[in-house]
Design a protein around this ligand. Structure first.
Ligand code: BTN
Length: 238
């Protein structure tokens, strides 16, 4: 069955619209011109003004158990980074799934899983800044848009048409190859090894990702695995 990208002019959150359509196998993804209640990670909101961004929710139907689900946000970030490189931009990923350019956030991913551990699917929501909002950026997180990088912003639907096959291509490799292709692509787009990072009270040197996608930090007490939360940059490699 062919799966379709649905586009709406406005909605609360494309993630919520996608969750409502999980039982319809013909829906591939949902995009919107505007979101009135765009949501980010950790309970934050996502600024979603008309023309300012791509607001897209992909329905992923993985053929692997939910125990490997931490791969999905990494997968989405890597696919976005690959697409940006193809458009002449040099992004850097911030664990787990922020896409940054020169330390400023260009895109973020909000993944929400549904179902049972063996029979599950996930909504992978992507927000990517196309144009600087007329109201300016909210102060919380340093952000950037494609137009500020000297890139002519594509139409949101055209960008979605490029990204969705990239998402699916990574997803399709997992049952045969495991997470290795995603982990190595993430590391290629991620910070240099040795960068000092902080997660809460834990600070250490970045040692790459573990096989399950966790962030490895070398601290004074040994190697610490970070599985959740936000990580801050302390300083580049010393
Ligand atoms: C983050 O906090 O970095 C994640 C932001 C995710 C925003 C996108 S926009 C499309 C989808 N719908 C939402 O409400 N959120 C995600």
């Amino acid at each position: 069955m062919s799966r379709e990208l649905l586009w709406v002019s406005t909605c609360g959150s494309t993630n919520d619209e996608a969750v409502e359509r999980l039982s319809d196998p013909s829906v591939w993804a949902i995009g919107a011109d505007v979101q009135t209640s765009g949501r980010g990670r950790m309970g934050r909101s996502w600024l979603s003004a008309p023309g300012a961004g791509l607001y897209l929710s992909w329905i992923a139907r993985p053929l692997f158990p939910q125990s490997m689900g931490a791969a999905l946000p990494l997968l989405a970030a890597v696919a976005v980074a690959d697409e940006l490189v193809a458009r002449g931009i040099d992004p850097m990923l911030k664990w787990p799934n922020d896409v940054q350019v020169s330390g400023r956030k260009l895109a973020g991913v909000l993944c929400e899983a549904r179902g049972t551990p063996d029979r599950w699917c996930a909504v992978v929501g992507l927000g990517l800044n196309l144009r600087r909002p007329t109201t300016g950026w909210p102060p919380e997180v340093p952000a950037v848009a494609l137009d500020e990088l000297g890139i002519d912003p594509p139409k949101p639907q055209d960008l979605a048409d490029c990204l969705l096959p990239r998402f699916e291509a990574f997803l399709a490799r997992i049952p045969q190859e495991g997470l290795a292709p995603i982990i190595s692509a993430w590391q290629r787009h991620g910070p240099p090894q040795g960068t000092r990072l902080r997660r809460g009270t834990i600070e250490g040197r970045y040692l790459g990702l573990a096989d399950d996608g966790a962030l490895r930090l070398e601290t004074s007490t040994g190697v610490h695995l970070v599985h959740t939360g936000d990580v801050e940059l302390v300083s580049q490699e010393d």
